[in-house]
Design a protein around this ligand. Sequence first.
Ligand SMILES: [Ca+2]
Ligand SMILES: [Ca+2]
Length: 108
Amino acid sequence: MARSRRASCIRVTSDECRRIFDEADEDKDGMLSILEFVNALKAMPEAGQLDDEEATEVFVDVDADEDGLVSWEEFQAVFDEDDEDETRPVSPTEAAAINAAAFESDDD
Ligand SMILES: [Ca+2]
Ligand SMILES: [Ca+2]
């Protein structure tokens, strides 16, 4: 499965991440089933607008070993990439605007 859709846009701290995982793990088996995972996703403010299909895509992407369950390690890995990155990448739209502004001032 191609990693076309990442959940890394969802930004939470490790503590929040752990709390979300624990709360989502309703049967306390240390793993999130797809139902538990989707519920957890929807509990996150920034992911609340995901529909079931999109949430399922995220689950499949997060479930690295494809056993149908998301372990804490798999869950945590989603958020690790962004943890130390405090700088926000410039969006293509912003980059285009910056370039346009540069050209305009150059034209004087
Ligand atoms: Ca569980
Ligand atoms: Ca798994």
